[in-house]
Design a protein around this ligand. Structure first.
Ligand SMILES: Cc1cc2nc3c(=O)[nH]c(=O)nc-3n(C[C@H](O)[C@H](O)[C@H](O)COP(=O)(O)OP(=O)(O)OC[C@H]3O[C@@H](n4cnc5c(N)ncnc54)[C@H](O)[C@@H]3O)c2cc1C
Length: 233
């Protein structure tokens, strides 16, 4: 057991963890940032497909104290997001406090207010406090339908580029905001050779009415896709 009880543990070096790290540094609160992956950026490093752009716009997504570059478009790409996050981290001296390839597998509150953390390596550490910025997109949820589907079945989290599904007939299940919709547009544009408009059977957001962007009350909906993007969302 390593005693680090003069420091806070901060889990995650995605956008939220980086913002939190900057605040801790500013307030001179000692901490260690523990990141499971081998680089910073969270979802923008490892979790989104190659062609994605943000849908929340530059001005509403940037850190209030670190504007995105003026030459960025209103809806920056994944690569631009990642570069921005890296710049942010460098600017405020955050990387040297990040321990990469350090996955936390257990966090236990102790009676004296401290926290015991266990890492994937088996190492155990005691920290003064714990701040969790671990995101949630890594947690894939698959619907459980009766019957058997023999084809390939992937979660949108594992979608990387249109080439992955080129030439295949694809059924899209779920209606959660941009991530699914933009990937669907890319996929179908590629799959159907650039048709101006293709009607594809899809299923509304039956699994979860809290998913951002749409609530279909569990009904099956036709999803109309065109070059202009999905039409009934
Ligand atoms: C396709 C897509 C499009 C999106 N578009 C937008 C958008 O337009 N605008 C917007 O605001 N948001 C968008 N998001 C959401 C965006 O990803 C989040 O806003 C942002 O990444 C959340 O940051 P975070 O730091 O909370 O989590 P993450 O980015 O997920 O970072 C969490 C970090 O914690 C690490 N971690 C997790 N568990 C552990 C552990 N046990 N031990 C150590 N480290 C751990 C992970 O490796 C990761 O680096 C989109 C998401 C997707 C998938």
């Amino acid at each position: 057991m390593t005693d680090r009880s003069t420091q806070m543990a901060l889990i995650g070096a995605g956008p939220v963890g980086l913002g939190m790290a900057k605040a801790l540094l500013e307030h001179k609160i000692p901490y260690e940032e523990l990141e499971a992956d081998d680089d910073l950026g969270g979802n923008w490093y490892h979790g989104v497909y190659e062609t994605v752009h943000i849908i929340s716009s530059r001005k509403t997504t940037e850190y209030a104290d670190y504007p995105m570059p003026e030459h960025y478009p209103d809806f920056p790409s994944r690569q631009q997001m990642l570069e921005y996050l890296r710049d942010y981290a460098e600017k405020f001296g955050l990387p040297k406090h990040i321990q990469f390839n350090t996955k936390v597998v257990m966090a236990l509150p102790l009676a004296d207010g401290k926290w015991e953390l266990e890492l994937a390596t088996g190492e155990k550490r005691i920290y003064k406090g714990l701040i969790v910025c671990n995101g949630h997109h890594w947690h894939k949820r698959f619907p459980n339908y009766p019957g058997k589907f023999e084809g390939q079945w992937i979660h949108s989290k594992d979608y990387r580029s249109p080439a992955q599904l080129a030439g295949k007939r694809v059924l899209v299940i779920g209606g959660g905001a941009q991530r699914l919709l933009v990937s669907a547009e890319d996929v179908f544009r590629d799959s159907f050779g650039g048709d101006d408009e293709t009607v594809v059977p899809g299923v509304g957001a039956a699994a979860d009415d809290r998913v951002a962007g749409a609530h279909y009350g569990g009904e099956i909906q036709p999803v109309r896709l065109s070059r202009a993007g999905p039409q009934n969302f």
